[in-house]
Design a protein around this ligand. Sequence first.
Ligand code: SAM
Ligand code: SF4
Length: 258
Amino acid sequence: MGNKLLDNVITMDPFLNKKIFDMVSYATKNRVGTTIHSNLNYSTEEMARKAVESGLTHVYLSIDGATQETYASYRVMGNLDKVIDNLKTLVRVKKEMGSKLPLITWKYLVFEHNKHEVGMAKKMAAEIGVDSTEVFNGTLVPFDIYDEAIYYQERNDLIEQKVGNQCRSLWTSVYINLNGGVYPCSLAYRDTEVFGNIHDLSFRDTWNGDLYRNARMLFSNPENADHVPVPCIACKYCLKLNPSKFKPIYSAKVVQAE
Ligand SMILES: C[S@@+](CC[C@H](N)C(=O)[O-])C[C@H]1O[C@@H](n2cnc3c(N)ncnc32)[C@H](O)[C@@H]1O
Ligand code: SF4
């Protein structure tokens, strides 16, 4: 898979998985970049060292508040002091080991209850020495590929402005879940959206298989939309490319993942 980016997204926290950095090392040895998302409540100095040694490319840290009270409103029972200590340890260890990686991003999800602390969080992040801060809108309900497309369908004025002409995920990243399911992007996660399973077929064959090839062809030949798998046929890119072929399938507001 060359230099492609492998994202390891799990619904729990990657630092809870004792083998996470063995997996990252394996990816690094095979020239695959890695990104993890963590709340950093469970990190230790030893894990910070392993993270750096493994060659991890990028870690996004979900820290959605700058005071304990605000932080714990969403991260219930989370301990902000501990998270900040763990973050300082990671920054220090990376420096001691003379490594530029992993890139560290403080990711702040904004809700009504915490929007007043964005500035304070950015200041803390700069003082600690993280590489970047990113602020995203938090969503109050599960949000998936269909909700995103429907959002743009309802806000047609935003499509030209915000939605690119081509999906990059189909060429640059992959999501593999705990059961070996291979998914094309982070907002597609239902059983019906799986592109393969690494326990049944090698990753190489899945990556080069019919589902992936058809989905990629959506962008070279929009007419191919008739052969494109769920969920790509129902995502914002299909909506932009070919509104007549766009098929919104579910809404997460009424249909659960199982
Ligand atoms: C479900 S979390 C799991 C990984 C890790 N345990 C964590 O807390 O970041 C994966 C990503 O979802 C994002 N996320 C969590 N709640 C969200 C919400 N309500 N709206 C939008 N994104 C959310 C987090 O910021 C994180 O980047
Ligand atoms: S669902 Fe959309 S964003 Fe995801 S891989 Fe398919 S075309 Fe790309």
